[in-house]
Write a protein that binds this ligand. Sequence first.
Ligand SMILES: [Zn+2]
Length: 274
Amino acid sequence: MPKVAWDYVKPVKQHPDLKGMSPGKLPETILRPVKGGGKMFWMAAWAWDAMVTKAKADGIELKPVSSGDTYRTYESQLTVFKQRYQKEPIAGASTRTFEGVKWYKKSEKLASLAAPGTSQHNTGLAVDVHTAGEPKRLNWLINNVKDFGFSWEVVPEEPWHLRYCDGDTPPPAVVAYMEANGYVKGEAAGKAPGVVASASSVKDDGGDLDPGDSGPRVTKLQEELAERGFYKGAPDGQFGPKTVEAVVAFKKSKGFGDGAKAGKRVLDDLGIGL
Ligand SMILES: [Zn+2]
């Protein structure tokens, strides 16, 4: 393994949706398919997809080593762990503690593996990048991972292992990608509940109201749509899936076109100031 000149390791900030979750046993509802195969925790998935897209524009292909090198269940981590580590002592072998006892790596040629339940692959935050050590690719990663909320964990031994670190405050490049790619649609499909409530970085800016916005004007929007029979939930000031549904249905009824944006025509019609 060639040594590489970087040391970007950042602590992982916990996302509220992962609080109290058991590693390797995440519910499907907070996982999301990612570009290149596999699944990741929904926010990490957006960050990864955003990064893959930027890399592609720069002529660099990023993909996971395999679909098993994104989110891993506890069971799949355990299977691989047992392939590489054993309880019977081996002199000089590197070790891991699992279930309260020491396990010994069967061969130093094998890549190290975190004990089941302790890997960021079990929280859906980590992804192993295919041929990450290839100089052009590694150079691109060194220059770009920060912009997408990723950092390495074990350097320089594991250039492929990246994990998303920014919790519920993704960097602007990720937020922009999410907004441009209709992330509320994913949520509405039941793939990522909590996405809107957690995207606190997206505040109402006084213009059009969009999915992900929050604030008093969103409450007003919900109240007006409720009065007209379109909004079914309790007005909470969060432009989430129910608000999306209501806006889409309202626009359709008025012939205002598709999409979840509440633009000037919608707001005027509902008597909400732009
Ligand atoms: Zn990894």
